[in-house]
Design a binder for this molecule. Structure first.
Ligand SMILES: [Zn+2]
Length: 232
C-alpha cells in the first residue's frame, strides 16, 4: 500500500488574540465579549443569548510563561470554555507554551504553529511525559496529513503491505519521502513515536502521512504542520 493522498490546502487558523509576552503577575483584561462577536461570520446577526453569556463570563486572566504537556488529545478553543469555537487540536504529549491562566480553570496556550487558543487545565501537565524522553534533534517543520488503507487514500495499493513490506499499524506507521526520511527511520511528532514504513506518490519533501485505521479519522484530522524530531 502506498499513500497517494494529496494535500488539499493548508488551513491557516487565525489567531484571535495576539500572544502575550507581558511580565508575570499582570492581569489581562481580555475583552472576551468583543472577541466572541468578532468571530461571527459577516452578515450573521448576533443572537442575544451567546452575547449575554459572554458578558456574564467575566473571566480574569493572569499572564504567565511556562511549558506544559498535553496529557490527552484535546480541543483548543477560541475562548476559555467548551461552548466556544474550536480553533485547533493538540495531540497527546504535545509541548505547549502556556501564556495565560484564567480563573475558570482554563489556560491560554500557544501551539507550535503559533496559533493561540484556550484549553482546559485538566489536560495539561508540567511533568515531561515518559513518551517524550527519547526525543532527539529537530528535523524541521513538516506538513502532516493522515491516510488509511482505503482505495481513496491508497488506490491500487489499498489493503496491501507498506513499501517496507510490513502491514501498516495505526499511530505507528507513517509514509515519508524516502530521500528525506529513509524507510525504517524512527521519528517523534508531538512527543509520539512513529516509524517510516511507507512511501507515497503524494508524499514528497518535508511531508509526513500518518496511518490511521479509519478514513473519517484521516479526513477529520486534516492538514497540519508539526516539528519532526529524530529518535535518540
Ligand atoms: Zn482512507
Amino acid at each position: 500500500m502506498r499513500a497517494k493522498q494529496k494535500i488539499a490546502g493548508i488551513c491557516v487558523l487565525a489567531c484571535l488574540f495576539t500572544a502575550t509576552t507581558a511580565n508575570a503577575q499582570e492581569i489581562i483584561d481580555a475583552d472576551y465579549s468583543a472577541a466572541m462577536i468578532s468571530i461571527m461570520s459577516e452578515g450573521e446577526v448576533p443572537q442575544e443569548e451567546p452575547v449575554q453569556e459572554m458578558e456574564q463570563q467575566n473571566v480574569q486572566e493572569l499572564a504567565i510563561q511556562k511549558e506544559s504537556y498535553t496529557t490527552d488529545v484535546l480541543t483548543v478553543r477560541a475562548l476559555p470554555g467548551t461552548e466556544y469555537e474550536e480553533v485547533g487540536k493538540l495531540a497527546q504529549y504535545t509541548k505547549v507554551n502556556v501564556i495565560g491562566v484564567c480563573d475558570n480553570g482554563w489556560s491560554r496556550v500557544q501551539m507550535g504553529s503559533g496559533t493561540v487558543g484556550f484549553v482546559s487545565n485538566e489536560y495539561l501537565s508540567d511533568i515531561v511525559p515518559s513518551g517524550a524522553q527519547n526525543i532527539g534533534e529537530s528535523l524541521g517543520v513538516f506538513t502532516v496529513t493522515y491516510y488509511c488503507a482505503c482505495e481513496h487514500c491508497c488506490g491500487g495499493w489499498s489493503g496491501g503491505p507498506t513499501a517496507s513490506g510490513a502491514y501498516p499499524v495505526a499511530d505507528w506507521t507513517v509514509a515519508a519521502d524516502p530521500e528525506v526520511l529513509p524507510l525504517g527511520t524512527h521519528i517523534y511528532i508531538n512527543g509520539h513515536e512513529y516509524c517510516v514504513e511507507d512511501t507515497g506518490s503524494g508524499v514528497s519533501g518535508n511531508h509526513i502521512d500518518i496511518y490511521v485505521n479509519d478514513h473519517s479519522v484521516a479526513v477529520n484530522n486534516g492538514v497540519a504542520s508539526a516539528e519532526v524530531f529524530a529518535s535518540k
